[in-house]
Design a binder for this molecule. Structure first.
Ligand code: ACO
Length: 280
């Protein structure tokens, strides 16, 4: 591609089977994140967030990369040329969509199909679940060009990995391939490249059978309680469940109890209740 990609074309998406398949779409630049891409990604995920035909969002990359991190030219060099105002502006655009994704209304899955570097750890962590192909490569390459892993990347490494592994990963700038990234905790699973989409589709379809309001309450709870004392977490979870009771117009928990205790049509230990029979 010789001409520069228009802002609206830096992100692609389609909706299939209740899933929004969103893609970083700068394959010619290995999907590195430019200010344009960051702005467009926020627009796209905002538009998708409350659609009734979207229950799960999957984030993947077009071509050989998931994302080669921040765009060294457009995000760093050109922003820095504009001084502090330019730098802060670009940072806010990037962090804005990662934050939106961390607290997204729907469950989010990173489908890491190739390179994932540096700033890519922001959206990687923002996604609730992550699956990669065995040939995907993950790296905190910041040290290789003379900076520290910023933009949350150091935090992501220490959140997902034990301290020694995170330290080695950050100091050496060596890449982890799929299976090693899964063993280190960066992703849930690594699968052969030709099975990646099918596996993610399967997980997404299993999620769609659940009560979507309960999924949102649960994903927020998992992220929130990690930073709380036991007593604070206990209290948060009581409030969270009581808020869910209020917001779940389908009265899912009552239906779930009815189908198990009265109708004996399913067992919660073995699968989910039939939500098509619930109220709203
Ligand atoms: N920033 C700017 N441009 C990039 C980036 C990036 N992060 N990654 C790739 N590109 C550009 C290349 O400059 C090249 O542009 P050109 O065609 O105009 O010359 C194009 O994308 C293709 O890249 P190649 O290097 O030719 O692709 P290849 O498949 O051989 O290598 C790889 C892929 C390993 C991902 C390599 O591009 C690379 O090392 N990229 C940088 C990765 C990185 O360290 N990212 C920054 C992390 S730190 C942070 O995000 C804060």
């Amino acid at each position: 591609m010789t001409t520069e990609r228009a802002e609206r074309d830096t992100v692609a998406f389609e909706i299939r089977d209740g899933v929004a398949w969103v893609k970083f779409n700068r394959p010619e630049k290995r999907n590195c994140m430019s200010p344009k891409l960051n702005r467009q990604m926020l627009r796209v995920i905002e538009d998708l967030e409350f659609r009734d035909d979207v229950g799960v969002l999957v984030l993947s990359g077009e071509g050989t990369a998931w994302s080669a991190g921040m765009d060294l030219k457009e995000y760093f060099r050109e922003s820095e040329a504009q001084g502090l105002r330019g730098v802060r502006h670009s940072q806010r655009e990037a962090y804005a969509w990662w934050e939106r994704l961390r607290w997204y209304q729907k469950v989010t899955i990173a489908m890491v199909n190739g390179w994932c570097f540096g700033g890519g750890y922001g959206p990687l962590f923002a996604c609730d679940l992550a699956f990669c192909s065995d040939d995907a490569q993950f790296g905190l390459s910041e040290i290789n060009w003379g900076i520290l892993p910023g933009g949350g990347a150091t935090k992501v490494a220490t959140e997902l990995m034990p301290m020694r592994k995170a330290m080695y990963h950050a100091l050496l700038g060596e890449n982890l391939v799929g299976q090693d990234a899964a063993a280190a905790g960066l992703v849930n699973e690594s699968v052969p490249a030709d099975m990646l989409e099918a596996r993610v589709h399967e997980v997404a379809q299993n999620l769609l059978k659940k009560n979507l309001r309960a999924l949102k309450a649960t994903k927020d709870a998992v992220r929130r309680v990690r930073e709380m004392t036991y007593d604070n977490a206990e209290d948060y979870l009581i409030r969270g469940q009581e808020a869910l009771n209020w917001h779940d117009g389908s009265e899912g928990r009552l239906e779930g109890m009815k189908q198990f205790l009265d109708e004996k049509t399913y067992k919660p230990g073995l699968g989910e209740y039939d939500k098509s029979k619930a109220a709203g």
